[in-house]
Write a protein that binds this ligand. Structure first.
Ligand code: FEO
Length: 170
């Protein structure tokens, strides 16, 4: 049986993962409107990943005898000044997720909940990859600045990203 403090904290994180998904779906809409289909695709994959994170936490709470309780989710931001700004906001968002996952791990350690610690380890590793991939895109966008051809090349590169379901990836 999952510790009640952890049930409550993971419930909060399920909400935040769904909020993350909405944030990326809104970014996809921004890139669709900007005629940057590759970046829109990248955001759509990100949306699917966030929903998969929420689902993984949802299943863990259910499997460990906890009760998932969903609340209202905040509206995402819809407008961005540039592709670079959207990716910078994305990085800030991922940094906030990392801090939240680290707090969850701290709580699991305080409560001596070993199952939760093993479960959260996957998310700690995932966050390293999440931040690194956004950092790389930001570096490329900064390098091309206002160069339209460079932007199109990055867009083409991001068009190849595909979603890999978590179970198949493990
Ligand atoms: Fe679910 Fe991007 O962290």
């Amino acid at each position: 049986m999952l510790n009640q403090k952890l049930v409550s904290a993971i419930n909060d994180q399920i909400q935040y993962e769904i909020y993350s998904a909405l944030t990326y779906k809104a970014m996809q809409a921004y890139f669709e409107a900007e005629d940057l289909p590759g970046m829109a695709n990248w955001m759509d994959v990100q949306f699917q990943e966030e929903m998969a994170h929420a689902e993984k936490m949802f299943q863990f709470v259910c499997e460990t005898g906890g009760r998932v309780q969903l609340q209202q989710i905040d509206a995402p931001r819809n407008e961005y000044a540039s592709p670079l700004e959207a990716f910078e906001v994305s990085l800030e968002h991922e940094q906030s997720v990392t801090a939240r996952i680290n707090n969850l791990m701290d709580l699991a350690q305080q409560e001596k909940d070993h199952a939760a610690q093993i479960f959260l380890q996957w998310f700690i590793t995932e966050q390293i990859e999440e931040e690194a991939s956004v950092n790389l895109i930001i570096a490329k966008l900064k390098r091309v600045k206002e160069d339209g051809r460079g932007l199109m090349m990055i867009d083409q590169e991001l068009a190849s990203r595909t979603f890999t379901p978590i179970a198949a990836a493990e």
